[in-house]
Design a binder for this molecule. Structure first.
Ligand code: GTP
Ligand code: MG
Length: 252
């Protein structure tokens, strides 16, 4: 049966994982979930290994320590891409474990991939602001970061820092993951920027984003600072070669 792979980086998310995984399977019963865990000291690895779905539809990639969100995604994507040869999936979805990304939205992202999108971005900001429970300064930081990215890179997306996305597996396999340098926010931007520069068909799906109710945010000023200098760095790196324009942008 055809199924999507959901890749989820985790660091100290055990308070959220039982609810998160149940909500994923309730929304998409055939989904397989890969947790990329950075040696969480809260019992996450033991919980996964004792789960009845362990190594059937729940998988664990264990890393030695907190090595960062970006490298966790690179490791998880590489793991899923390598499995394609024996067990191909129909989409690769990335999402946070803290329930900010509602699993009920996953079918909307999958529908876009099924209709031919190469990359689908879940957006909090197209047609209004749909973020609940964030303090005003956190919301302003996110909106400001999005504007900054659009201004520096020229990307037309309404929520370019978001971390809830779906990829066409063949396209993900073509991405030069070894070239990705950033973590945190910057990782989300860098992947979308690479895809956009390569002329991928990228679409957006509106979502409601809810602040985490349990566990602790790993967001830090270091992550914000990294994004501030990485964005012009990636724009400069990209400008070395011309951007490939997708068919619909080309003049007749
Ligand atoms: N494996 C791994 N996962 C991480 C790391 N840092 C964050 N995560 C996970 O990445 C996801 C997003 O992290 P959050 O702390 O929610 O960060 P955020 O969503 O950018 O920020 P908030 O809006 O404050 O929640 C969660 O599932 C985290 O557990 C890391 O260094 N390694
Ligand atoms: Mg979060």
């Amino acid at each position: 049966m055809s199924f999507p792979f959901i890749v989820v980086p985790t660091y100290h998310e055990l308070d959220n994982l039982p609810t998160f995984t149940e909500r994923v399977w309730s929304a998409v019963p055939e989904a397989k979930v890969l947790l990329v865990d950075d040696a969480s000291g809260d019992g996450t690895p033991a919980w996964v290994k004792a789960h009845p779905r362990y190594n059937q539809s729940l998988f664990l990639l264990e890393r030695a320590g907190k090595l960062g969100l970006g490298s966790a995604y690179v490791a998880g994507f590489t793991w899923v891409v390598e499995r394609q040869a024996t067990e191909p999936c129909n989409a690769v979805v990335q999402m946070d474990a803290d329930l900010s990304h509602d699993p009920k939205a996953v079918p909307d992202l999958l529908a876009e991939i099924a209709s031919g999108a190469d990359l689908v971005l879940a957006t909090r900001y197209r047609g209004g602001v749909r973020v609940t429970n964030w303090p005003l300064q956190r919301l302003l930081l996110s909106l400001g970061a999005g504007q900054y990215v659009k201004w520096i890179t020229g990307m037309p997306f309404s929520d370019p820092t978001g971390g809830f996305k779906a990829f066409c597996p063949e396209k993900l396999a073509s991405l030069d993951l070894a070239h990705i340098r950033s973590d945190g926010y910057a990782f989300q931007i860098e992947v979308t920027h690479m895809a956009w520069r390569q002329g991928w068909k990228i679409t957006e799906v509106p979502i409601v984003f809810e602040d985490r109710q349990a566990g602790v945010s790993k967001m830090s000023w270091r992550i914000v600072r990294e994004a501030v200098w990485r964005v012009p760095w990636m724009a400069l790196r990209g400008s070395v070669s011309p951007r490939i324009r997708p068919e619909k942008e080309k003049k007749p």
